[in-house]
Ligand binder design. Structure first.
Ligand SMILES: Nc1ncnc2c1ncn2[C@@H]1O[C@H](COP(=O)(O)OP(=O)(O)OP(=O)(O)O)[C@@H](O)[C@H]1O
Length: 283
């Protein structure tokens, strides 16, 4: 069990705001931390890792990592950290990166096997693809069998198919090691696949906390389908208007009347929803 009470004054884009987070995390939980840019996600991870000073209390399995008298430095907190930009030791091979953390060769071999990196163990990490590099940093983060794994948008630099593959590997590793995890992500499908609990931050406070289904599936009224996207353009065709909206990796067109276009601004977030029709699913 991890008990967290975080307090830190931040300077946000609209002035001062207090990062004020109270959380109890169960062992083995996979928490997705999401919310708009600047809401405090990275700062929260850095505080947990001991990389940032704050007035916080952090207790992990009855061991105090931090309170008003004590502050364990990062190397004494049992954490693994995976960054978006890999942060590997570039002068070392894949395996040396793992063994640098801890000399447990059996564990290193097992992790490399689980992530299909065994063939590459002697390669210098600079010669790897982005997906391979991130698998190495994931393995490295697990080498000290951390009590808490922190991942800050670990897959956001990867293309969609590599993301899915890495999501599968993260799931495999989580099933095997059951490491309590907090992962920052903006990707609803990733959050849905990986997490058992989703926490949404806004202005440095928790505004939603629940399972992915409750937090992410926000259909309004009796609408059956509801997608969030970005309005890219509104094109006039004869007497009607067509809104071009980007939803995930897809572009969709929605026919609008002139009246409906009045309050819409190009570049803004919009919700496309529909009811009273019967969709087919095929592949
Ligand atoms: N040490 C600090 N002191 C004061 N303000 C800070 C400090 N670190 C970060 N901030 C501010 O706190 C706010 C939250 O930053 P943070 O990086 O945690 O947001 P985020 O939710 O991770 O954003 P993004 O999704 O863009 O990465 C920002 O406005 C940032 O400038």
């Amino acid at each position: 069990m991890i008990d967290i009470e975080v307090n830190k004054e931040l300077i946000g884009s609209n002035g001062k705001m207090n990062l004020d987070i109270k959380l109890n995390i169960n062992e083995g939980d996979f928490i997705a931390l999401t919310g708009l840019s600047g809401s405090g996600k990275t700062t929260l991870l850095r505080i947990l890792a001991g990389l940032e000073q704050s007035k916080s209390k952090i207790k992990v399995d009855n061991k105090i990592w931090q309170d008003n008298k004590k502050f364990l430095p990062p190397q004494q907190r049992e954490i693994g950290f995976v960054f978006q930009d890999y942060a590997l030791f570039t002068n070392m091979s894949v395996k040396q990166n793992l063994l640098y953390v801890n000399k447990d060769e059996k564990l290193a071999n097992h992790l490399l096997e689980l992530t299909e990196l065994s063939q590459l163990e002697n390669r210098n990490v600079t010669s790897l693809s982005g997906g391979q590099k991130q698998r190495v940093s994931l393995c490295r983060a697990l080498m000290n069998r951390p009590k808490l794994l922190l991942m800050d948008e670990p897959l956001s630099a990867l293309d969609p198919s590599m993301r899915t593959k890495l999501q599968d590997e993260i799931l495999t590793l989580h099933r095997e090691f059951k490491t309590t995890t907090i992962m920052v992500s903006h990707d609803p499908s990733e959050i849905y696949r990986l997490s058992n609990r989703v926490i949404v931050l806004q202005d440095a406070k928790i505004i939603k906390d629940g399972n992915a289904k409750d937090v992410l599936l926000k259909t309004s009224g009796s609408a059956k389908f509801s997608f969030e996207g970005e309005l890219l353009d509104i094109v006039k065709v004869d007497v009607i208007y067509i809104a071009i909206i980007s939803i995930g990796q897809q572009l969709v067109e929605v026919v609008l009347s002139e009246e409906e276009t009045i309050n819409l601004q190009i570049g803004s977030k919009v919700r496309v929803s529909t009811k009273a029709f019967s969709p087919n699913i095929s592949n």
